[in-house]
Design a protein around this ligand. Structure first.
Ligand code: ZN
Ligand code: FE
Ligand code: FE
Ligand code: ZN
Length: 271
């Protein structure tokens, strides 16, 4: 078995997760992982997250960075990388770019990009699931992939999180999405970003990895490198189903998985 890593871990600071960085590091060590990336949700604009239920409060960013630093110093036996999960908000690209560049100066070495909002609708939030009833699923899928390709091409992100999150609750298009997958994979290759293979989908109604096997094959064919993720929101979920993630990568034809070196570069681990 190759070294196991987890590139997407949350802490209590985002308001919908539990556990400190230290708790998650302890869990990673118990599970025998060799490296973890903390990817707390970058604070959203107040209008989208008025009570800090979806993202960490802006005033906690400094404490978050210090907490991850402390966990790294306390555990030299584990690679502990400081990252963030940032939303792609099409109307806020310059502001997001400015925020992320300041945070990269402050010690963030990897940024995961996510599409959780389509035109202001948090389509993956269980509290907003009712809105699906008012939508044409085919149109939501097409809109999701159009926004996803813009996110990839924005230059804001190093890794794209849960690439086919639109399927979270099991909503499937009536058409074969192969063309959307090919376009997304080509956009990712052109932008030089990596994508995560996330076990989080196994814990959701859809019951499968993000991305699907067909989408992952499209990324492999386009030459897009991968990282392994759990999107843990509790210490218990750190490294969740890592073996299934690595097996899916091998099935798709990948021979290595990336892990950030904490200095803006990447290390490749053979599968
Ligand atoms: Zn979250
Ligand atoms: Fe996310
Ligand atoms: Fe996440
Ligand atoms: Zn996520």
């Amino acid at each position: 078995m190759p070294e196991l890593t987890d590139c997407h871990i949350h802490t209590y600071r985002c308001g919908h997760a539990t556990g400190s960085a230290e708790d998650c590091v302890q869990a990673a060590l118990r599970r025998g992982l060799s490296g973890v990336v903390f990817a707390e949700h970058l604070p959203l604009p107040r209008s989208l997250d008025p009570d800090s239920r979806l993202s960490m409060p802006a005033e906690q960013i400094g404490d978050y960075l210090a907490e991850v630093d402390a966990a790294r110093r306390a555990h030299p036996e584990l690679a502990v990388v400081t990252g963030l999960e940032a939303d792609f908000l099409p109307s806020q690209v310059p502001q997001t770019a400015q925020t992320l560049s300041a945070l990269r100066e402050a010690g963030v070495t990897v940024v995961l990009g996510s599409v959780h909002f389509l035109d202001g609708w948090a389509f993956d939030d269980p509290d907003c699931i009712g809105e699906w009833e008012t939508k044409d699923i085919d149109e939501v899928w097409k809109r999701y992939f159009a926004v996803w390709c813009d996110a990839v091409s924005s230059g804001l992100f190093d890794i794209m999180a849960h690439p086919d999150l639109v399927k979270k609750f099991g909503h499937r298009p009536s058409f074969n999405p192969a063309e959307l997958y090919a376009q997304a994979a080509a956009a990712a290759a052109a932008a030089g970003v990596r994508i995560e293979v996330s076990s989080a989908g196994l814990r959701k109604p859809v019951g499968e990895l993000y991305p699907s096997a067909a989408f992952l094959r499209a990324f492999q064919a386009a030459g897009v490198p991968v990282v392994a993720s759990s999107d843990a929101h509790t210490p218990d979920e750190v490294g969740n189903n890592a073996e299934a993630v690595y097996e899916a990568m091998r099935q798709a034809g990948y021979t290595s998985v990336s892990f950030p070196d904490g200095d803006g570069g990447w290390k490749e681990i053979g599968l």
